[in-house]
Design a protein around this ligand. Structure first.
Ligand code: ZN
Length: 68
């Protein structure tokens, strides 16, 4: 038997952390992930914790202010 060597792994993709708009759930890809927690980190970095309303996946996005 021959095994097809077309295995794709989409989990190793490192998305850029600058996603202020159109944040999508990394799990289901939907765009309904409201912020439920916001934390101001050092260096002008704002971290937002989001929870997907579709699948319940929680993930963190970080935004960096430019020119403050
Ligand atoms: Zn989701």
């Amino acid at each position: 038997m021959m095994e097809p060597s077309s295995r794709k792994t989409e989990l190793d993709q490192d998305d850029q952390e600058q996603e202020q708009r159109g944040v999508r759930c990394p799990d289901c890809g939907c765009g309904h992930a409201p912020v439920y927690y916001t934390r101001q980190a050092t260096g002008g970095v704002t971290r937002r914790s989001r929870e997907c309303r579709h699948c319940g996946r929680r993930f963190i996005t970080s935004e960096q202010r430019v020119g403050g």
